[in-house]
Design a protein around this ligand. Structure first.
Ligand code: ATP
Length: 355
């Protein structure tokens, strides 16, 4: 835990009041409705706002306290905004070089060829920003930010202005960035799907206050938080690839010592992966069924059963080893199975997606 911050910002009718300790690795998502203060908090971290009495310590270095205020240009961070802000009169390569030249050669930790390869920019270098797509522009912005060798990357809804196709194009690059670079990222998003795909840690903001923060799975499945009450209630399970190819275009994973089949992927044996499982794709049985179309059947223990989004539904939280799985079933089924805490059950899983 090495990003400590404490900010109170008064914008008249809106007050941001946050005190947080965030991990200095992986992706931390700031999530909350419009106007909850996500951008204001990111701007404080960047030094674009200077609230009196604020405090920010990053990896043991004080960026702000009552005596210190490191201006933005002296903070070792990259900032990627909603809209790519490239220089229109410079070609892609020159835009990238602009980022590189901001750091003296002896202090550069990221090479131009690495960034070009990581973000798939090879074919774009000689073009001007208005000759490439929105998704490609956003990749160049990200590349320029990375070339400043930041210790922290701030991203404010980097995919918000993109259509679904461009989002699908850039998300794998963000995943590679998360997996291959030991660079902490603070990421604002409105999209819970994006958060599930990218984030390790989640901060939930509401009306300028931190409602909850913690690991992604813990927050997604917390009974007191709103995530489990949405139509897309899901969990993100930690698993490992056990057999990359078990035939029929399937890969076998191990989750808490139990097998889980997913569509074949090119991830090597032993590699940790995260899978998203939606509550609506999980059914329950008292005994392991032998004649169903479900490929996956996991032994679980019932934690609790809560009201679902509709009066006819129940949302069931299940313990799978140290992890939590969600299942949405009808209240009638819940009654018929006589569901109660501590009960041993079988979770039948329909759709599993790598995230
Ligand atoms: N410079 C400012 N002066 C006055 N009020 C401001 C200023 N900047 C932001 N606000 C207000 O602060 C509140 C939080 O804004 P902020 O942009 O941080 O929210 P957000 O969660 O990022 O929203 P969105 O998801 O819509 O981008 C809003 O009510 C906004 O109108």
């Amino acid at each position: 835990m090495t990003l400590q911050l404490d900010f109170t910002v008064n914008h008249g009718s809106f007050i941001l009041d946050t005190r947080l300790e965030l991990p200095d690795k992986g992706v931390t998502a700031l999530f909350g409705r419009s106007g909850s203060g996500k951008t204001t908090l990111l701007r404080c971290i960047a030094g674009l706002e200077h609230p009196r009495g604020g405090r920010l310590v990053f990896q043991g270095e004080t960026w702000q306290d009552e005596r210190t205020f490191l201006p933005t240009y002296k903070r070792p961070l990259g900032y990627v905004f909603q809209e790519a802000s490239l220089f229109p009169h410079l070609k892609v390569l020159q835009n990238l070089e602009y980022g590189l030249k901001r750091v003296p050669p002896g202090k550069r930790r990221v090479r131009m060829d690495q960034v070009i390869q990581l973000l798939g920019l090879e074919g774009l270098l000689a073009r001007y920003p208005d000759q490439i797509s929105g998704g490609q522009r956003q990749r160049v912005s990200l590349g320029r930010a990375l070339l400043t060798s930041p210790d922290l990357l701030l991203m404010d809804e980097p995919l918000a202005s993109l259509d679904a196709t461009s989002k699908d194009e850039i998300l794998p690059f963000l995943e590679r960035l998360r997996d291959e670079q030991a660079l902490p990222i603070i990421y604002i998003s409105h999209s819970i799907d994006e958060v599930i795909r990218l984030a390790d840690h989640l901060v939930l903001l509401d009306d300028g206050k931190v409602v909850a923060q913690g690991g992604l799975q813990a927050l997604l499945t917390a009974r007191e938080l709103p995530f489990i009450r949405t139509e897309s209630a899901s969990t993100a399970l930690h698993a490992q690839v056990s057999h990359p190819d078990v035939g029929d275009e399937l890969t076998e994973l191990a989750v808490e010592g139990q097998p889980l089949l997913i569509a074949k992927c090119s991830v090597p044996t032993g590699q940790p992966v995260r899978v998203k499982i939606m509550a609506r794709d999980v059914g329950l049985a008292l005994t392991p069924p032998t004649d169903t179309s479900f490929l996956n059947c996991l032994r679980v223990t019932l934690l609790d059963s809560l009201p679902g989004t509709l009066p006819s539904q129940a949302l069931v939280r299940l313990k799978l080893g140290e992890q939590i799985l969600l299942s949405r079933v009808s209240r009638r089924s819940a009654g018929r199975l006589g569901l109660q805490a501590g009960q041993r059950l079988y979770a039948l899983i329909k759709g599993v997606a790598l995230s």
